[in-house]
Design a binder for this molecule. Structure first.
Ligand SMILES: [Zn+2]
Ligand SMILES: [Zn+2]
Length: 218
């Protein structure tokens, strides 16, 4: 027996019409470009299986959400006074947030509670900020939509370790003590990342770099 030759197999598949190499490569390149540009989302639609056939797409989330679904939702909430935390009694994510499924779509309970109480969709692109800092709480009075930056700042103010982005967002001065404000603050963006830089230090780096280059040339 001879060892299989991958190139020959690929060629026979192309010949057979199973795959077209150029088409496949073009699709891959297109996908990578979209991923880089951020126009493809990593979320996959929920799938349901049935015995007769392959996986099929789940039914969409109905709009508006029917009253019986809302009733099923509120039955899982320990509703208390307007200022108390209303803890979710159903399943929770590993971070402690409540989970609720509608037509097999896993959804976040605290966002749904806010949506039901305010009778509107969750604002696109915004995160949920919990004023009580209690993940299982779904009291709509304790939840507000906010930007990632606001969310991180809130967590820093409450003394929770929120990672490098939070530490950087909280900085008011650069490493050398120059203020990160006014004319000295320069903001560069790369994709969705926004970086603050100190102009004095940037100028210093440029001068040093030029001096090194000059030294190397002599
Ligand atoms: Zn709360
Ligand atoms: Zn500086």
């Amino acid at each position: 027996m001879t060892a299989p030759n991958p190139a020959a197999i690929a060629a026979s598949l192309v010949e057979f019409g199973a795959v077209s190499t150029t088409e496949k490569l073009a699709k891959m390149a297109d996908f990578c470009q979209k991923r880089r540009a951020g126009t493809v989302r990593q979320h996959r639609p929920a799938l349901t299986t049935n015995r007769e056939g392959p996986a099929t797409m789940a039914k969409p989330i109905p709009t508006p959400i029917p009253e019986d679904v809302k009733a099923r939702f509120w039955a899982k909430v320990d509703v208390r006074g307007p200022d108390d935390c209303w803890e979710w009694q159903g399943s929770r994510t590993n971070k402690g947030y409540g989970g609720f499924s509608i037509n097999s779509h896993p959804l976040k309970a605290h966002r749904l509670a806010w949506q039901f109480a305010n009778n509107r969709d969750w604002p696109a692109g915004l995160e949920a900020c919990h004023s009580c800092d209690n993940p299982p709480c779904v009291n709509p009075n304790h939840i507000r939509p906010g930007t990632r930056r606001e969310n991180i700042r809130d967590r820093v103010e409450r003394g929770r370790n929120a990672g490098t982005a939070a530490v950087n967002a909280a900085k008011t001065h650069c490493l050398r003590g120059h203020p990160l404000s006014g004319d000295n603050l320069s903001i560069r963006t790369r994709g969705e990342t926004r970086m603050r830089h100190c102009r004095i230090c940037a100028a210093l780096h440029t001068r040093r770099w030029r001096a090194r280059k000059k030294g190397a040339a002599q």
